[in-house]
Design a protein around this ligand. Structure first.
Ligand SMILES: [Zn+2]
Length: 548
């Protein structure tokens, strides 16, 4: 998902922000829900909404699940809606619904590999996850917004990103409204009572936080011309005239990611404007963007390629990149979240590089560096973070911006050919499934034939960034320049080779400092007096530098 870190920084002192932020932080304590007893393989969710879209009048979730080991209890995550009945393989069973869990005791324990069918009927108004509220035009609307583990407020589930499954939604809503959901639209049935039932099926396993529906009086727009995948935009009517322009980067982003990574993983892509806590939320094949996305911003910087505010271009690219990274290749654990957010941030940057040019890309990465440093000043923790308890606090400068920089450094070090070959292999091996940091590590080692042990251990599993304190001395009689580079950051040294460029009246000379510890002293041949020394002028390393 997309968080506006610039806006967050600017508004930090505002009371309104603090209130919103503490509200964001109030839920979701860190818990790594293990998939060690059972796992879902398919959800078939039927929801009937009332006329004003303020309540789910009846719901039924049919889950195909499989026992992972000997199983006597199915413990589903389920919030506060009222459970009416539970059956197992079509026979009623007793259940206990309390404290966010729906516990179903099996009449007879089963062994690993046994497939079971659980049916839960329920009703009510979800406390969270499915947002029933007015859209920006004041019309009734319903939109799913589940990250990080809020889907269980409206669907009994195993609410962890790695518990991926396919899903079918059957949504019965007033005939005036449109319904969108993950996957392909199978059918729309009209009833005599003034409702329509919309059936969508996502045939590719997706993480539960990406399972959504959107219901409301949307304007539906479809861009013309051949598109990489069927594209449609569901927006409040007041955004109808701008949506085709505002979402214009969508097809180019889909094409770039297809070219760099692999085929688009889903049946279609819907872009929705509706209720989400985030700037954008990457639900598989049905992305939701914040209701203010297209509000006029008179002082906005405009994209040269699309003529829209650059922040709109950025969030569209970010959420679409997530379809590959996060949705298709899903983080195995919360500690691996950067495989979702760092990738989406970096691939949005690569889109900006292609469409807005190198200067725009450089400033995008520079802003990312500043956000990462700001976060690090208050939190000396690794990207691979096992500590942070509040999952919302994982939406931070480590997982987004520093994660993007890790990819940028790997691309700079390995070169485009090797980097993208490694990324494509990683994607191919883990698509429609999950991946860990070690999966990425090994894919890039395999592609490059070099050890990246030191790199991953220092950059991903340890905290901080290099702060180089550099001094130099020209020794004219010896025809050499001596460069001393001291790393003054707390913690261990970074052993990344550091390019330096020495400028003389004869031009520029490039050298490489190869630290073996915190202090590196190296001599380079140089017969001309240096006019200046630049440390990593092409910004291939996330760093701070002082040259004396
Ligand atoms: Zn994101």
């Amino acid at each position: 998902m997309y968080v506006n870190f610039q806006t967050m920084a600017r508004k930090f002192s505002l009371v309104a922000f603090i209130v919103v932020f503490s509200w964001l932080s109030a839920f979701a304590l860190r818990r790594e829900r293990l998939i060690d007893t059972w796992r879902p393989t398919h959800y078939n969710v039927s929801l009937t909404l009332n006329e004003q879209l303020t309540e789910i009048t009846s719901a039924q979730a049919d889950l195909d699940i499989v026992a992972v080991k000997n199983l006597s209890l199915v413990d589903m995550d389920f919030g506060e809606m009222t459970t009416d009945s539970v059956s197992l393989n079509n026979s009623p069973v007793t259940f206990l619904h309390r404290n966010g869990k729906l516990e179903i005791t099996l009449p007879n324990p089963v062994g690993p590999g046994t497939k079971l069918h659980v049916t839960v009927t329920y009703h009510g108004k979800p406390r969270d996850g499915l947002i029933l509220s007015a859209d920006k035009d004041g019309k009734p609307s319903v939109v799913g917004d589940n990250w990080p583990d809020r889907v269980h407020h409206w669907i009994p589930s195993l609410d962890h990103p790695s518990a991926k499954a396919t899903v079918t939604f059957n949504v019965t809503a007033p005939a005036r409204d449109l319904v969108v959901a993950n996957g392909q639209l199978n059918k729309v049935q009209t009833s005599d009572s003034g409702t329509k039932t919309w059936t969508y099926t996502e045939t590719v396993p997706i993480p539960p936080y990406c399972m959504i529906i959107g219901v409301g009086d949307f304007a539906k727009l479809e861009p013309s011309g051949p598109m990489l995948t069927p594209l449609s935009y569901y927006v409040p009517h007041s955004d109808g005239s701008y949506a085709l322009k505002g979402f214009a980067p969508a097809d180019p982003v889909l094409r770039l990611l297809t070219q760099l990574v692999g085929p688009y993983p889903y049946e279609k892509l819907a872009m929705i404007i509706g209720a989400t806590r985030f700037g954008g939320m990457e639900n598989s094949s049905a992305i939701v963007f914040t209701t203010t996305l297209f509000n006029p911003k008179p002082d906005a910087r405009l994209s040269t390629a699309f003529g829209i505010p650059t922040n709109v271009e950025d969030v569209v690219a970010h959420e679409i990149a997530h379809q590959w990274f996060g949705d298709s290749v899903t983080e195995s654990t919360w500690s691996d979240l950067w495989l979702s957010e760092g990738f989406a941030t970096y691939f949005a940057g690569l889109f900006i590089l292609k469409y807005e040019g190198d200067d725009a890309f450089q400033s995008y990465m520079q802003r990312a560096a500043e956000t990462a440093f700001t976060y690090e000043k208050k939190n000396r923790i690794p990207i691979h973070d096992r500590e942070t308890e509040d999952l919302f606090k994982l939406l931070n400068g480590n997982n987004y911006q520093k994660g993007a920089w890790v990819l940028h450094m790997l691309r700079s070090r390995l070169g485009d050919d090797t980097f993208y070959r490694g990324i494509r292999e990683y994607y191919k091996k883990h698509k429609d499934s999950t991946a860990s940091t070690e999966d990425l590590h090994s894919a890039l080692e395999k592609a490059s034939g070099q050890s990246l042990q030191q790199f991953f251990s220092r950059w991903v599993y340890d905290a901080g960034h290099p702060q180089y304190d550099v001094s130099w001395k020209w020794l004219p009689k010896e025809g050499r320049v001596q460069v001393s580079m001291n790393q003054v950051q707390p913690g261990k040294a970074f052993l990344d080779p550091v390019p330096i460029v020495v400028t003389t009246s004869l031009g520029k000379r490039k050298f490489l400092i190869t630290p073996e510890g915190k202090l590196a002293k190296q001599m380079f041949p140089l017969n001309e007096r240096p006019a200046g020394i630049a440390i990593d002028p092409e910004n291939t390393i996330l760093k701070e530098v002082t040259v004396r």
